[in-house]
Ligand binder design. Structure first.
Ligand code: ASP
Length: 314
């Protein structure tokens, strides 16, 4: 059998970013350099084997703060296409850090791949004196090439995180991600994997074929805080919202005035899900919960779960 291929899909982000000053780590433009060029700068890329081993495609070129449903649909279709090729071993996706956890969870919840799909990124632009992107990319390729690897993961600063648990927790430092108390899946050290726990698993949804033309349901996030009175919920009802995630306090508690508005929304047919605004841990459901809980999902991931559930139910 010919050598198994690694697919590398580019979507932009700081890993593809350029600054005019090599010392500038914040005043740069993301998504400037193509994924082919990023790979060409890696050691060993020109040794003659790369062309056969890698399939490289620029799926999008954006700052991931601007991620939207059109790019998600395009990306999911390309990932799904390549996963179905027998000679593809794994997929690497270069992505901005800002919404990395959302794209990772979206792909895991939708596709639950049994091959590795590894998202990677950078906190410094490619033009920095010491950019972190090249090593992250090499580490992501190491994970995607590893036999036994599966599911959607994120690789950053030598650490492998599962799509469900990973969260950006720092706006600046190189190891900007955490998996909270779930912990990382493992580490990449000198190209080798040191694993601590199982790869992500799940059940794929049957939505992917229709994604390109799908109408995405409007699902919004509201937050519970001192003085939260439900005005936002009432405005969203008027705007035709179909789902609401409440970023609740602690173990899913919600200000009584906001809760009253959410219960009313639920009675009117809007799907409501409670997630915690705590950075770590998971919600423990109660026996008589009027509003269901998103367990360990953060509010942004609970929103994706709800959107996919609404689409699946159609
Ligand atoms: N704004 C950038 C992005 O998410 C930040 C980064 O990649 O680190 O695309």
């Amino acid at each position: 059998m010919s050598e198994q291929k690694i697919v590398v899909l580019g979507t932009g982000g700081t890993i593809a970013g350029k600054a005019t000053n090599a010392l500038d780590h914040t005043g740069y433009s993301a998504a400037q350099i193509g994924v082919h060029e990023l790979l060409a700068s890696l050691p060993g890329w020109h040794d003659g084997t790369s062309a056969e081993r890698y399939v490289v495609e620029q799926v999008a070129q954006l700052d991931s703060k601007d991620m939207g449903f059109d790019v998600w649909a395009k990306l999911a279709l390309r990932v799904s296409h390549f996963l179905a090729q027998e000679d593809v071993q794994g997929i690497v996706i270069t992505h901005g850090t800002d919404t990395l956890e959302e794209t990772a969870y979206f792909l895991q919840a939708l596709l639950a791949p049994t091959k590795p799909v590894v998202l990677t990124c950078a906190m410094r632009p490619a033009t920095a004196v010491a950019p972190d992107g090249p090593q992250n990319l090499l580490d992501a390729v190491a994970v995607a090439s590893s036999s036994g690897a599966s599911g959607v993961t994120v690789v950053c600063a030598g650490t492998i995180y599962g799509a469900e648990d990973v969260q950006k927790i720092h706006p600046y430092r190189l190891n900007a991600f955490s998996a909270g108390d779930a912990g990382p899946i493992g580490f990449v050290e000198e190209g080798r994997l040191r694993l601590l726990r199982n790869w992500p698993r799940g059940q794929a949804l049957t939505l992917v074929a229709g994604l390109a033309d799908a109408a995405w349901p409007r699902v919004e996030i509201v937050m519970s805080y001192a003085g939260a009175d439900g005005t936002v919920v009432r405005a969203l009802l008027k705007a035709g919202v179909q789902g609401l995630v409440v970023a609740a306090t602690g173990n899913g508690t919600v200000h009584q005035d906001l809760e009253a508005a959410l219960l009313l929304a639920q009675q009117q047919g809007v799907k409501v899900l409670r997630a915690t605004r705590c950075a770590e841990g998971r919600l423990l459901p109660g026996a008589n919960d009027a509003l269901p809980v998103a367990l360990g999902l953060s509010p942004v991931k609970a929103r994706i779960k709800l959107m996919l559930a609404l689409m699946q139910d159609r």
